[in-house]
Structure formats: C-alpha cells, structure tokens
Design a binder for this molecule. Structure first.
Ligand SMILES: Nc1nc2c(ncn2[C@@H]2O[C@H](COP(=O)(O)OP(=O)(O)OP(=O)(O)O)[C@@H](O)[C@H]2O)c(=O)[nH]1
Ligand SMILES: [Mg+2]
Length: 573
C-alpha cells in the first residue's frame, strides 16, 4: 500500500526527526557474542557541537564569497637536492694511512603529482614545493640515504601545464637560479662561489687542492657533465605536453603508485674514493649533491564532469549524488544551506539493463552525514564492525559490478546557487567556471517546497547571468523529496501531490527553453534521493543525454576534453 502516490516503491519509516530515524532503522545486533561497551555514545551535546562547528565553517566560507574555491594556481616545484659526498680516510689500528673512505651522498627526493578523489579545490597546495634533500655521505664508505619522494595531491580534473620560458610567472630553473646568485660578483668571486657550490674539501686543504692537476681534471669533467645535462633537459622541455589528471575517475588504474613524476631529485655527490687515480692516491676533495630539477607549473582545476547539478541550497543535490554512486561519492549532507562548499565529482556506473551501482542496495537510506556517523558510531560501540568485511570483500560493490558495467558518466555536485549569486551573494558562482565544459546540466528542485517552479526561474537566471546560453545545457528537472508529499497515504494528500507535480510539469513546458531544434522540453522526474526512489529513470535519461552530447561533440572534441594520460607524459625520463 503506497504511502504517497508519486513514486513507484514505498516502505518508508514514518519519521518526524533524524533522531527518530536513527531509532527507527533496526540495526543487526549480536549481544551474546560481544559484551556491551561502556564507552559513552555520542550524546545530543556532542552532535550539537559538531553541527555548530560545521556551520561556522560554512559561514566562514560564505564570507569569502567564493574566493576560497581556488581553481588556478602557479606552483614552483624543486626536486630535492642530492646529499654531499664525503672526504674521509680510513683509520684503523696499525694502519696509519688508510685509503680514502668517504661515502657518496644520497639522491634528493623526486616530486610526483597524484590526482586524489577526495580533494575538491587547489587551495591546500603550497606555492613552493621542495623535495627532501638526500643524506650526506659519511666516513667508512657509508653512503648517504636516498630521500623519500614527495607527492603533491591534486583533485581529479586538474590540468597540469609547465609555464614556458619567457613567461613572467615562471621561476628560474636550477641553472638560471645559480646565474642570478652570481650577479654583481667579479670573475674571481664567481669562480670561487661556483666551486663552493660544487666541491667539499678536506679541512685546511682547499687552497692546495685547487693547484693539483687531479682536481683540475675532475673539475673539467664535472662541468662537461653539467653542460650535457642542461642540454638534454632543454631538449626535453620542447616535448612537454599538458598533463590532464582526469582520466583516472573513469576507472583507469594508476600506472605508478605515486602518480606522475614532475621533478627529479638531484643525484648525490661523490665521495673522495671516486677521485683516486694514478696521479693522486689521496684525493682530498669530494663533490656536493646536485640540485634537483626546478619546474614551474600552472595547475588548473577543470572538472570535466559529464553532468553538473544545479540547484538551490538544501534541494538534495549531495544526497542525490551519493544515492546515484551507491554511497561512494563522499559529499556532505546536512539540513542547513551551503553544506557543499566545493564541487564534488562522482562516477555513475550503469549496466546494460539500466541498473546502476547505487541500485544494488535497494533498501539503503542516504541520510544526513551526521546521522550516518552517529549510526556508524553506535555500530562500532556494539562491536558489529569488528569482523565486518570491506565493501569489496563482501562483493556488494566495486569489482563485482565491473562485468556488468557497460556505460559510465561523471556527475559534479555543486554548491547551492541562490538569487544574486552572480553578485557574489552566498558562495558566489566561481565554481560554475569548472562546469562550463559539462556536457549537460540537471536542475534539482525541492518538490516539497512551496513553489519549486520559482526555484527553476532563479536557477535559470543565475546560469544565464554567469554565461549567456549556459542554461541551454540543462536537460532534466529532478523534483526531489517527493517522499515528503502524500501525507499518510490518504487519497486527498496524494491527489494534492499529483497536482503539484502536474503544475511543475506544465510550468516547465510553458516557460523553460526547449532543448534542441525538435522542441523537446526538459523532462520532469519526481524522485526521492534519500530513499533511492525512481533513480533508475534519472540514470536512464542522463545516460541518453550524455551519450547524445558525446556523439554530437564528435571524436575529436571528446579527445580534447579527455586527453589520454598515457600519451601525455609530462616528464619523459
Ligand atoms: N525527505 C527527504 N529529505 C531529503 C531528500 N534529499 C535530501 N533530503 C534532505 O535535505 C537536506 C539537504 O540535503 P543536501 O543533500 O545536503 O542538499 P544540497 O542540495 O546538497 O544542499 P547544499 O549543499 O547546502 O546546497 C538534508 O537534510 C537531507 O537529508 C529526500 O529525497 N527526501
Ligand atoms: Mg550539498
């Protein structure tokens, strides 16, 4: 017996509040196996404090008026310098003049860039990034330690470009930096400084070394190597292509666990045994570590989601994203406005028969994040998760769907748009820039609100104010929270709900711009994101629109949008 007449399936708990819901959903319980925990459950105060904390963060973000959504950043990256080689001689009882025994320096840390799904903005990335320095060599042939690599985590959809020579935003590379540091010095001082940068001498032997032939030969060889390295590096710069870190959400596996190498660390210096020769049995010099590669990158966050959600705050965009991705996309859900502060991208995986990953768990309720966290905490307290299998182990999710999946598209859940967002009210609209290239947009409105049709007008106006013609990308109107209509299932309430939906449909037919030349109107789909109802229809429609847009764009443009990462190695070592 349906509780309301708009949606096909029902069986909803009758709920007045989130606390009631937490009690209403029976959780499997094993009291005989695990004794009840004495740890206190999260109480009302705690949840209130948490809620306040989250709200304060939102308020702060609002005061920034969208400026903290950083989608362009120039970063100067230095690979770590190599460690210095060591000048030492072996000392042992009864061996008065032991052989040279200085160890080599360790390699400097390489710097990698890695697309990471849970990041949504570039604002956490430092503008100057330096890999760790390698360890210095030590006596008794002890080589210095190689430094750990450093990984820069960036959001998916980040485009990485090297800033070319001649651009004022570019920082000097390792050779240019040295030249700058020598400016204003006379020629003797320059030579002296360059030697200091390259050589380590045995104490009090600096002067003597300079006059020895073995040192002069070694110095010449070192400069020749440097020239060759610089030549190869400059050659390689010509082949740099932008690296688009966006293929990965579409399921590509990481080739390298650390991401993509962007700046190699410098090699370590050589210890004094390396310079032993016929002419010099006791070399009293060693080389310093080489500086790491320096590169200036322009990072641009271009979220290349196929479908972008456009809706007012609290319409349920984040809940819908979570329901469509089977809970994989972690977008925060709460009952206050502007919960989502940055766009979040999720992947919808669809099988041939129209089922999608999110529809595998039919009775799943996607509630507010805080409620879900409380429920999870309760389960942990009861010890239920102690032996729980992971999602992949239990086969409910993930690889299990791989065989059935025939189509996938990405969705971007955006912050709420309100009237005058274009005047930078609310969170502003800077995030829309990341959606300009979405293939389609979906309006999300709250069907339980007093006038969902007015929401549509505001949303369309804001899109148009941002970019003329942008609202033409809208393909579908999702009328969410349909479960709140229909009262207790009485005929009168159902009739009312139906007439409200009908009114919304009529409004869309009369006032919203038709899609394409054939005059097709936006389709209105009533859903309940929270209880995953009627979502198969939404997925079916979105799939059609994405497919259509991809076909229309043609092969060439799609390739431009999604550059194959394999072909665009930024560094070709
Ligand atoms: N009853 C019901 N409540 C829903 C549904 N979808 C979302 N909600 C609730 O609506 C509130 C807002 O949901 P969100 O998903 O955070 O909304 P949003 O559009 O992402 O909001 P912002 O991020 O602030 O723009 C939460 O309290 C949700 O639990 C639904 O289908 N039915
Ligand atoms: Mg949200």
């Amino acid at each position: 017996m349906p509780r309301f007449g708009l949606l096909p399936t029902t069986r909803l708990p009758s709920l007045q509040s989130k606390q009631a819901l937490a009690r209403a959903i029976p959780l499997p319980h094993k009291p005989t196996v695990i004794p009840p925990s004495t740890a206190p459950l999260p109480d009302e105060d705690e949840s209130l404090r948490d809620r306040l904390r989250r709200r304060r963060r939102t308020e702060w973000k609002r005061r920034q008026r969208g400026q903290t959504f950083l989608d362009n950043l120039i970063v100067s990256v230095h690979g770590g310098s190599g460690g210095d080689g060591c000048v030492a001689f072996h000392r042992e009882k009864f061996v008065p003049n032991g052989p040279p025994s200085g160890g080599n320096g360790g390699r400097g840390g390489d710097v990698y860039i890695m697309p990471t799904p849970h990041l949504t903005t570039l604002s956490g990335i430092a503008k100057r990034i330096r890999g760790p320095t390698g360890g210095n060599g030590q006596g008794t042939w002890q080589n210095g330690k190689n430094a750990e690599p450093l990984v820069i985590h960036v959001p998916l959809g980040t485009v990485v470009r090297e800033i070319p020579r001649g651009d004022s935003r570019r920082s000097p590379d390792e050779w240019e930096a040295e030249q700058e540091s020598l400016e204003g010095l006379d020629s003797t001082e320059r030579v002296q400084k360059m030697r200091d940068n390259r050589w380590v001498h045995y104490p009090r032997f600096g002067e003597t070394n300079l006059s020895r032939d073995s040192f002069k030969d070694a110095e010449q060889a070192l400069y020749a190597q440097e020239r060759e390295r610089r030549y190869l590096r400059r050659q390689r710069e010509k082949d740099y292509k932008p690296l688009v870190l966006s293929m990965l959400p579409l399921g590509a596996r990481h080739r390298e666990p650390l991401g993509f190498l962007i700046a190699s660390g410098g090699t370590g210096g050589l210890g004094n045994p390396h310079f032993m020769s016929q002419n010099d049995r006791i070399p009293r010099f060693a080389t310093r570590g080489h500086p790491g590669e320096r590169i200036t990158l322009a990072l641009e966050l271009k979220i290349l989601a196929d479908v972008g959600f456009v809706g007012m705050p609290n319409a349920g965009k984040s809940t819908l994203l979570r329901a469509l991705t089977g809970g994989r996309a972690k977008s925060e859900v709460a009952s206050y406005a502007f919960t989502t502060l940055n766009p979040v991208v999720g992947i919808v995986r669809v099988a041939d028969d129209g089922t999608f990953e999110g529809s595998l768990k039919s009775d799943q309720v996607y509630d507010e994040t805080i409620v879900e966290e409380m429920q999870e905490q309760e389960r942990i307290e009861r010890g239920e998760l102690a032996h729980a299998l992971t999602r992949n182990q239990s086969g409910q999710h993930g690889h299990h769907f791989d065989a059935e999946e025939t189509f996938r598209f990405t969705i971007a859940d955006n912050p709420g748009l309100i009237s005058d967002s274009s005047e930078n009210v609310g969170l502003g609209h800077s995030f829309l820039r990341s959606m300009e290239r979405s293939l389609a947009l979906a309006y999300i409105v709250d069907l339980s609100g007093p006038a969902p049709w007015d929401e549509l007008l505001v949303l369309r106006a804001e899109l148009e104010k941002y970019q003329h013609g942008m609202s033409r990308k809208a393909r579908i109107v999702i009328a969410n929270k349909a479960d709140l209509l229909g009262g207790e299932g009485d005929a009168e309430a159902i009739a009312l709900a139906k007439s409200k939906l009908r009114r919304l449909e009529l409004f869309v037919q009369e006032h919203m711009i038709p899609i394409g030349e054939d005059g097709r109107r936006l389709e209105v789909v009533p859903v309940s994101a929270k209880y995953s109802q009627n979502l198969t229809r939404v997925v079916g429609l979105m799939r059609g629109h994405v497919q259509e847009a991809r076909d229309r764009l043609g092969e060439r443009t799609v390739k431009e949008l999604v550059v194959d990462v394999d072909q665009s190695q930024l560094i070709t070592n």
